[in-house]
Design a protein around this ligand. Structure first.
Ligand SMILES: [Zn+2]
Length: 51
């Protein structure tokens, strides 16, 4: 089930984690570096550096 309503007031940007491909939704703490966010968590960041 996918929701793709445009004009939704509570819409937040989202993108996929490059490590686990889970969708991550914009967070306030990512406000300043959202463009460079690639991983949903520190765990994913580390995991992807290993391989
Ligand atoms: Zn992830």
């Amino acid at each position: 089930m996918k929701q793709e309503h445009k004009g939704n007031k509570s819409y937040l940007p989202s993108k996929l984690c490059v490590a686990c491909h889970k969708e991550m939704t914009w967070r306030k703490s990512w406000e300043k570096n959202w463009e460079s966010i690639k991983y949903c968590s520190e765990a994913c960041r580390r995991k992807s550096k290993i391989s």
